[in-house]
Design a protein around this ligand. Sequence first.
Ligand SMILES: [Zn+2]
Length: 256
Amino acid sequence: MSRERAASDTATLATLNPVVPAKRARKSASQVRLERENSHDEIYERIYNAILEHRLPPGTKLVEERLAEIFGTSRARIREVLARLAHEQIVELYPQRGAYVAKPSVEQARDVFEARRLIEPAVLRRLIETLTPEKLARLRQHRDLELDARRRDDKRAVIRLSGEFHSLAAELAGNSALARNMRELSVLTCLMIFLYDAPTATSCRADEHSQIIEAIGKRDGVRAERIMLQHLDHIESSMKLDISTEPVDLEAVFKN
Ligand SMILES: [Zn+2]
């Protein structure tokens, strides 16, 4: 690795800017165990959010040793967190080379949209079947956070929150397998937005989330599914996934 590359990795990793917990007096074994679990979750959440918000772009090397220093923990703990992120396909692990933020290929990106088109209508059907006023309120609350981030022009928060809208819907639908899959697919979509988004595009259109929520509120499954599928079309078509795999004809490129 070049020195410049190493320096830029350090700078990128430093944006994680963690709050290292202060050392305290003696603790009981269960307290210690609980804090250890929290710290695993906390490190996981910080790295997860940094990836979602594009502070750690796809392809960034996640150096165990530096992360261990940043979070004031052991390399073993960092390795556990990276393994969990790798299991969720957010991080790629290479033997001898280490861990990198995932960089989905165009083919994988198309697979993600195909899977979302199958899963999300099912999520909406289940959500409408099990709908309560509280669930509807959660969705509206989330939409308000999204609108607020847009008003502030906080692009990082907009990308994270708009992805999380889809995971929240799946979580509220109450099927843990669907929720787990949706969470992975929406993180991969976030990474794809960074890699393939046209410069003018913004992740999800906020008005479409509002329309989906409105249809859910009326328990109109057909309409909710239709808007969702259009919504996925819009996200996919805003990405530049039509990169040609044909070999480039150099002569044609320079003939003028
Ligand atoms: Zn969306």
